[in-house]
Structures are given as structure tokens and as C-alpha cells.
Design a protein around this ligand. Structure first.
Ligand code: NAP
Length: 208
């Protein structure tokens, strides 16, 4: 909603890139950069989750490893940051808690863009307080080539579906699942994620 004397173009816009990032890869970085320019975002803050609400903790790499890889991958971009917001919060990482934490810190004037995968957004109505999420932030669903966008309105309902922004993951068939599989199979992950992350994965023995 517009406040008196201030139109939308004057309000600060901030991207919150939500995900498990297990591991972060070039697709995530391209998406964040694309979203930054497309929505005129001042910064994009990567928010790796601590305990994904819908996954068991043992299924994902330790949060500190995923956080470290996000730091390494984003270090060269002055518009990217990585937040420990969800890492410092015990228990499942509910998106509404994160949005409220940023809102409390940044004030009501900042527009928040919560950017994450379309497959995750398909289930947003099962997340904690979905209506509040949609009221507090613009939700951007990032989809890979071939994703049928009608699935979103079918899963979420036409009214809420219309409030979700969508963005293609530009021509990249890269996924964290594929990177984990490649490491386990002894295949190369070079150039699929920044070199520092490749080195980190080999050094720590993650995903073997
Ligand atoms: P996921 O099931 O691991 O990922 C779903 C799909 O989205 C995958 O294809 C994934 O690709 C892609 N994806 C994930 N994050 C992305 C991003 N930032 N940009 C582009 N594609 C992305 O989903 P998740 O990572 O666990 O959850 C996504 C976000 O939703 C997280 O912030 C999570 O905390 C939040 N969430 C909240 C609730 C809740 O509040 N109750 C419930 C579920 C999820 P890659 O595997 O290649 O990343």
C-alpha cells in the first residue's frame, strides 16, 4: 500500500533469497542477479535455512557448511549478502518468522521480495501463516524451463496465485540435487558452482 507522499518507485526494495542451498550453485546466483535488476532491488540477501520445516535435519548438510558456501559464492558481488537470521533461530525455519524479523529491523517502508523455487511455492498454502507471508512480502517463484505455470494457480488457488510473481531460471538446468549426485558419483562439478565452493566441498568431504 502506498504511504502519503511516497510512491512505489521511491521505496526501498530488498530481496530475500530463501533456500536450503545444499549446495549453492550458479543457477541461484544468476537468479539473484536477475531478480535484483528485474525488481530494482537494492540488495539481495541470501537466507540459508537452519532446519527446513519440511525436511528432516539429517537429510541436509549442516547449516554452517551451507552458510559458508553461500558466503564464498556471493563474496564478489557487492549487492549480495548472506544472513544468519534463520541459523540463529532454533527450531524449524518458518518463512513468516524471517519476514517479520527483517520487517522489524528495516521498518514498514521497505518492500520485501521473498525469492525461492516454484516447486517450494507450490506448497506455500501449507506453510505457517501463508496469508501473512503474502501480505508482508512479494513472493517470487523461480521456475526451471518446462515448469507449467498453471500448476501454481491450480495448487494455490486463483486468488492467491495471482499475487505470486514468477521468474524463469534463465536457461540453466542446474540443481543442488544434481550437484550432490555428481559429487557422490565422482563426477565434476566445476563451473556449476563458483570455484571456491567446489574447493570447499572437496576439502570438507561433503556429499561423498
Ligand atoms: P526445496 O524443496 O529444497 O527446493 C524446491 C525447489 O526450488 C528446488 O528445485 C530448488 O532447487 C529450488 N530452489 C530453492 N531455493 C531456490 C532459490 N532461492 N532460487 C531458485 N530456486 C530455488 O525448497 P527449500 O530450499 O527447502 O525451501 C525454499 C524456501 O521456502 C526456504 O527458504 C524455506 O525455508 C522456505 N519454506 C518455508 C516453509 C514454512 O515457512 N513453513 C516451508 C517450506 C519451505 P535447488 O535444489 O537447486 O536449490
Amino acid at each position: 500500500m502506498e504511504r502519503s507522499g511516497q510512491n512505489l518507485s521511491q521505496r526501498k526494495r530488498l530481496g530475500l533469497m530463501g533456500g536450503t542451498f545444499d549446495p549453492i550453485h550458479v543457477g541461484h546466483l544468476v537468479v539473484a542477479e536477475e531478480a535484483r535488476t528485474r525488481f530494482d532491488l537494492e540488495r539481495v540477501i541470501f537466507v540459508p535455512n537452519n532446519q527446513p520445516p519440511h525436511k528432516k535435519a539429517y537429510q541436509v548438510a549442516q547449516a554452517e557448511h551451507r552458510y559458508a558456501m553461500c558466503l564464498l559464492a556471493t563474496a564478489s558481488n557487492p549487492f549480495f549478502e548472506v544472513s544468519r537470521e534463520e541459523l540463529e533461530r532454533p527450531g524449524p525455519s518458518y518463512t513468516i518468522d524471517t519476514i517479520r524479523a527483517f520487517r522489524a529491523r528495516l521498518g514498514s517502508e521497505v518492500e520485501l521480495y521473498f525469492i525461492t523455487g516454484a516447486d517450494a511455492v507450490l506448497e506455500i498454502m501449507t506453510w505457517r501463516e501463508p496469508e501473512a507471508i503474502l501480505a508482508e512480502a512479494h513472493v517470487v517463484a523461480v521456475h526451471r524451463p518446462g515448469f507449467d505455470l498453471q500448476r501454481l494457480s491450480a495448487a494455490i488457488g486463483p486468488e492467491q496465485g495471482a499475487r505470486i510473481l514468477t521468474m524463469p531460471m534463465p536457461g540453466l538446468e542446474i540443481s543442488s540435487t544434481d550437484l550432490r549426485r555428481r559429487v557422490a558419483a565422482g563426477e565434476s562439478i566445476r563451473y556449476l558452482t563458483p570455484e571456491a565452493v567446489v574447493d570447499y566441498i572437496y576439502k570438507t568431504g561433503l556429499y561423498r
